[in-house]
Ligand binder design. Sequence first.
Ligand code: SF4
Ligand code: SF4
Ligand code: SF4
Length: 181
Amino acid sequence: MADDGLDGRSIDRGRRGLLRGRPAAGPAPIHPPWSRPDYFTALCTRCGACAAACPEAILRPGDGGYPEVDFTRGECSFCGACADACAEPIFDRTAPPWALRASVSPSCLAVQRVVCRSCQDACPEGAIRFQPAAGGAAHARIDEAACTGCGACVAACPSGAVTLTHQTAPHKTGSPSHAVR
Ligand code: SF4
Ligand code: SF4
Ligand code: SF4
């Protein structure tokens, strides 16, 4: 467990970086669904209960030991087991699970005229479509209204071209269609 010298509970990644004299590096971590980002590092005790409860085994200790989602391990089924296992007031199940959206980088094989639709095949929401592009290539397009941020497309991609990023606001107000209720 990392020691930030400030009791480890009330400082986020960006502030740790600044106090160490360098800016925060990389994208913001993806914490478990329904967890409240404004309170997460202040309230999470890093007990690991959420990770132990996750049937998909996609939660692992990240920066500072706080649980983060690793979509290279699989997708979130929105089962809610992580939220149910947490003893702290971190999770809000009345809100959308998160505001994540998939995006596809130019390293996509289809851009290089290699036939691949693995992400489309893996998407449970039908949120990925391909559009013809110049020279016989195809470009993946994400339907932002349909994408739930489940991450199923990440592990399916053979070229590591899919990433999930935080949006400024939840993009889908309803529950994911494959959520276990
Ligand atoms: S909702 Fe279920 S599958 Fe998703 S991170 Fe939590 S325990 Fe894992
Ligand atoms: S994150 Fe899930 S819903 Fe969104 S495009 Fe990927 S597989 Fe489809
Ligand atoms: S799975 Fe990856 S390489 Fe294949 S089409 Fe989708 S983004 Fe491109």
